[in-house]
Design a protein around this ligand. Structure first.
Ligand code: ADP
Ligand code: MG
Length: 710
């Protein structure tokens, strides 16, 4: 088994940290002062990047990468597959006399041209050229990726079409950050802030995942092809003992985590906390927050590194939202906040009256945005895997609501009713007049069931799918909040009495949108009913959620803030629906394959053995009672017959699904209502059979081994 790759006594973490990252420090060291200063200005959007500066930066990056042994570079981008993509070029440039020099120009740094034609375009390709360009994201540092034999230079980029349509998840994210900055600055100016120049959204995702023994995982076609188990009888033990959460970390898992941390630290990714999660063999890793675009790159790298490192420890990392039925699935907690360039967290309750007013305006904006755009926010967490979690009696529910905690809710309530609000200092809260007590953190985050919780100085969106890029949820979050901020800014910019206008905004927003606030248990049946009474949308499935990407409301919202155009949104909806159809199709076909070629033959030959045994026992004496074995055989054959029937039915549905053309939404609905639904029938009989036959006859590893043997 792999040992820790680094001895931290000999190599202090401080030396190792960021050693594979062309970070700000490295850039300052390696660039002429004037050029460095220009790059910083490019990063804050003050000036455009010039070819001269680009050439100097490219030269510095090249020298740094070559010193570290790199021969190739790649533009690294995030197409709509949800994965990352890369096409490698060597630095090699042949000379006339048969030698080679290592070159990397400013142009190669800034722009690449991968062939876009095989990435999903959702119909955009019909209208636009297939050509796609990658453009350097100046705010996300270049890095070196180490594989087992060498290193490669990676340049984080955005991916756009010839005509400027976004072909990836990064472009809209960057645009949404820009939009939010513009609107937030308007508010800040109206409140008298003249110092802050820009506002950035911050993001700190917590990543959940499972680890299973690689040999066991490789023996299951479902895990290999779909990332989740399509069969598996309930094991004698699940998560009911609650003994895994925060439990001792096993040695082998430590080995994995240690190497994972090391690799991430080298990339300059601040992996911070790690622990055992609720389900057996489930774990979590959280990185320290940073600006949303960089955090998004980091999270992609966290997921990729997990998958790459696990086999070195004889493990497979599963990032699927629901690898195992019967125990918790995985999600990603999206910790989100808004900060100014001069370090003010705008969602931090203040200690001065002025900060207070500022906090309440931004809080009100989030409350309104989450209520008005709840369906779109729900859609941002929709994917095939998450359908097993959201709304399926697992955390969190599919209904968007917001947790503010009793202290804050009570304060808003009293404010709205015109009642005096007692603050900690026994003074009354009058916006702009009195300070608000710093909200104690433990008071604000006791509710773990809320899909969108205020946690002291940030919001935690807990619906996000574990395997997906965080780009889309954050794009949507930023855009919808931008819109409400722009509405508030319109009012504040005209207001004569700013404290009065703020008070009006906060009170009115609270009154109109308090239905979205819910501090109770989100998993309870009573909440589902209560939410319905409040008129909150309850979108149960991915298929029903995805059209939200292109409703007239979304189109208007995204157009106003320059995030995505109608065609781009339409194409995204189509791509995500197509992805759903393809995933369910693969799952269904894998199921049929395993049922027909693994389960059926194994069970039938086991049944043959039982039959032969009954015969041979009976041949000793006809008086021996073999009814138990006969009943077993009958039960097996009965279930086997049902398994076959359901598998056949599933096969016909797949054939029908694959033959269907036309409306993509109806097609996806067919997959959900018929194919996905039928899959549970097949599983039911297979799982039943698993409990009836000899364990050694079962064709693939069982849940108890996958979940408990490490
Ligand atoms: P907890 O959720 O247990 O209260 P923390 O407060 O440490 O834990 O935060 C958990 C996650 O939230 C971490 O990934 C952290 O980086 C992130 N986080 C903290 N502050 C912010 C912020 N201002 N913006 C975005 N993410 C944040
Ligand atoms: Mg958390």
């Amino acid at each position: 088994m792999a040992k820790s790759p680094v001895n931290f006594v000999e190599t202090p973490v401080a030396d190792l940290y960021g050693s594979n990252c062309f970070s700000d420090v490295v850039m300052r060291e390696r660039l002429p002062k004037a050029i460095y200063k220009e790059v910083k200005k490019v990063q804050t959007g003050e000036i455009e990047l010039t070819p001269t500066v680009a050439d100097v930066v490219a030269g510095a990056i090249r020298d740094w990468a070559i010193e570290r042994g790199a021969t190739h570079f790649t533009h690294w981008f995030q197409p709509l597959t949800g994965l990352t993509a890369e096409k490698h070029d060597s630095f090699i440039s042949p000379t006339a006399d048969g030698r080679a020099i290592m070159e990397f120009s400013g142009k190669e740094l800034i722009q690449g041209e991968p062939d876009a034609s095989s990435f999903p375009s959702g119909g955009l390709r019909a209208t636009f050229e297939a050509r796609g360009y990658t453009a350097w994201d100046v705010n996300s540092p270049a890095f070196l990726k180490e594989d087992s034999t060498g290193v490669t230079l990676y340049i984080p980029t955005a991916f756009i079409s010839y005509h400027g349509e976004a072909l990836d998840k990064k472009v809209p994210l960057l645009r949404s950050m820009e939009a939010l900055s513009i609107q937030a600055i308007r508010i800040l100016r109206a409140l008298g802030n003249t110092g802050s120049k820009r506002v950035v959204t911050t993001l700190g995702p917590e990543q959940e995942y499972f680890l299973v023994d690689k040999e066991l995982a490789d023996a299951r076609l479902d895990l290999v092809l779909t990332g989740r188990t399509l069969f598996g009888a309930r094991p004698p033990k699940g998560q009911e003992m609650e003994d895994h959460y925060f439990g001792n970390i096993k040695d082998r898992v430590f080995g994995f985590m240690r190497e994972l941390n090391t690799e991430l630290w080298k990339l300059g990714i601040p992996a911070k906390t790690q622990h055992n999660e609720v389900a057996p063999n489930q774990f979590e890793l959280a990185t320290i927050f940073t600006s949303s675009n960089v955090a998004t790159d980091w999270n992609q790298l966290v997921m990729e590194t997990m998958k790459r490192i696990a086999p070195r420890h004889g493990l497979t990392a599963l990032l699927h939202e629901k690898p195992f039925a019967g125990v918790n699935g995985s999600g990603k907690h999206n910790n989100w906040s808004i900060s100014t360039d001069d370090g003010i967290n705008l969602l931090e309750p203040g200690s001065s009256p002025h900060d207070n007013a500022q906090f309440l305006v931004f809080l009100a904006a989030v409350i309104k945005a989450v209520d008005v755009y709840a369906p779109l926010l729900r859609a941002s967490a929709a994917n095939t895997g998450n359908d097993h979690r959201l709304g399926a009696n697992e955390a969190p529910p599919a209904i968007i609501s917001m947790f503010l905690g009793d202290v804050l809710s009570d304060m808003l309530d009293k404010l709205a009713k015109g009642q005096p609000v007692k603050t900690g200092a026994k003074t009354k809260l009058e916006i702009g007049v009195t300070s608000m007590p710093k909200l104690p953190k433990d008071l604000t985050d006791r509710n773990r069931t809320s899909p969108f919780a205020f946690t002291g100085n940030k919001f935690e969106f807990r619906m996000v799918a574990s395997s997906e890029s965080v780009a889309t949820p954050n794009t949507i979050l930023n855009t919808m909040v931008s819109e409400v901020l722009s509405e508030f800014a319109d009012i504040l910019e005209k207001a004569k009495d700013i404290p009065g206008a703020i008070k009006e905004i906060v009170i009115q927003t609270y009154k109109e949108h308090k239905r979205i606030i819910y501090n109770g248990n989100n998993y309870s049946e009573s909440w589902v009913k209560e939410a319905e009474k409040r008129g909150l949308p309850h979108i149960r499935s991915t298929v029903e959620a995805l059209p939200e990407f292109a409703t007239p409301g979304t189109v208007k919202l995204f157009a106003k803030h320059g995030i995505l155009k109608k065609e781009e949104l339409e194409s995204r909806k189509v791509i995500y629906l197509e992805k759903y159809i393809k995933q369910i199709n693969i799952e269904a076909r894998t199921m049929v394959n395993m049922a027909n070629r693994e389960i059926f033959p194994a069970v039938f030959s086991y049944a043959g053995e039982v039959g032969a045994n009954i015969g041979s026992v009976k041949s000793v004496s006809a008086d021996i009672d073999v009814s138990a074995e006969e009943n077993l055989l009958k039960e097996i054959m009965e279930n086997l017959k049902n398994l076959k029937e359901h598998t056949k039915a599933l096969e016909s549905l797949i054939a029908e699904g694959e033959d269907t053309e036309g409306d993509i939404y109806k097609h996806a609905l067919f997959y959900k209502d018929h194919i996905f639904a039928k899959m549970s029938g097949v599983r039911y009989y297979a799982d039943k059979l698993e409990t009836l036959v000899d364990k050694s006859s079962w064709p693939f590893p069982a849940y108890e081994d996958l979940l408990f043997r490490l």
